[in-house]
Design a protein around this ligand. Structure first.
Ligand SMILES: [Mg+2]
Length: 224
């Protein structure tokens, strides 16, 4: 099954609501509605809505993956690269590496798995990405329109280790295969360690070894 090519609402960039925080995740899909998940004990931020899915999902962290981990936030300026800890670096500087590695896999979908889901938010984050890459996104591990914007829900999400956030999302979306690109491997669930392409926060996807590992995992997923 291939849900991605016809599901990429974001690729239809003429849709004005796409840029205004529209919930991309409430599309009903009969392929998933009959599946009863055994995850009632999981994190309370998981919503009951039916999420979008794909055969192959790449969970994408941004800081420490697409650019140096040393990013700062200012209420007026938003997110910016630390001029001290990451001198000479720019936001999204390693993004071309991701585009290059995903190019052979046009149906591979992306799910945003980053603090950027919360600030500046899913839709605002996607606005900063090239249109072709944006079209691959089917959602985020946190989306205030989907999960609820109340502080308790958000706190629950933020206090959950990254690997568990992703595992919870994967249990909702049920992709056939998934990979996570992340520099945060702390408390990563052991049953999903093989899904992780671990990055160094200071080099991310600029590391040839990381890209080789990503390539290996992508090939394995599509060969399966
Ligand atoms: Mg990170």
């Amino acid at each position: 099954m291939d849900h991605t090519s016809s599901d990429m609402k974001l690729g239809q960039s003429a849709r004005p609501e796409v840029m205004t925080g529209t919930d991309f995740e409430t599309r009903s899909d009969e392929s998933f509605s009959s599946v009863n998940m055994t995850s009632s004990h999981l994190e309370p931020y998981i919503p009951a809505s039916t999420p979008r899915s794909a055969d192959l999902i790449v969970y994408l962290d941004l800081d420490g993956v697409l650019h140096h981990e040393a990013v700062l936030w200012h209420p007026n300026r938003g997110i910016y690269m630390s001029p001290y800890e990451a001198a000479g670096h720019t936001l999204f500087e390693w993004l071309p590496f991701l585009e290059e590695e995903l190019a052979p896999y046009p149906s591979a979908a992306l799910v945003l798995s980053s603090s950027w889901c919360v600030k500046p938010g899913y839709a605002k984050t996607l606005e900063r990405l090239p249109e072709q890459l944006r079209a691959r996104f089917i959602g985020g591990t946190y989306h205030k329109r989907v999960h609820g914007a109340d502080p308790g829900t958000l706190a629950s999400f933020q206090s959950t280790p990254r690997g568990m956030q992703i595992l919870a999302d994967a249990r909702r979306r049920k992709p056939r295969h998934w990979i996570a690109l992340d520099d945060d491997a702390e408390d990563w669930p052991s049953q999903a360690i093989d899904n992780l392409v671990a990055c160094e926060g200071t080099s991310g996807l600029s590391s040839p070894e990381v890209r080789r590992e990503l390539r290996r995992k992508l090939m394995r997923c599509t060969a399966a």
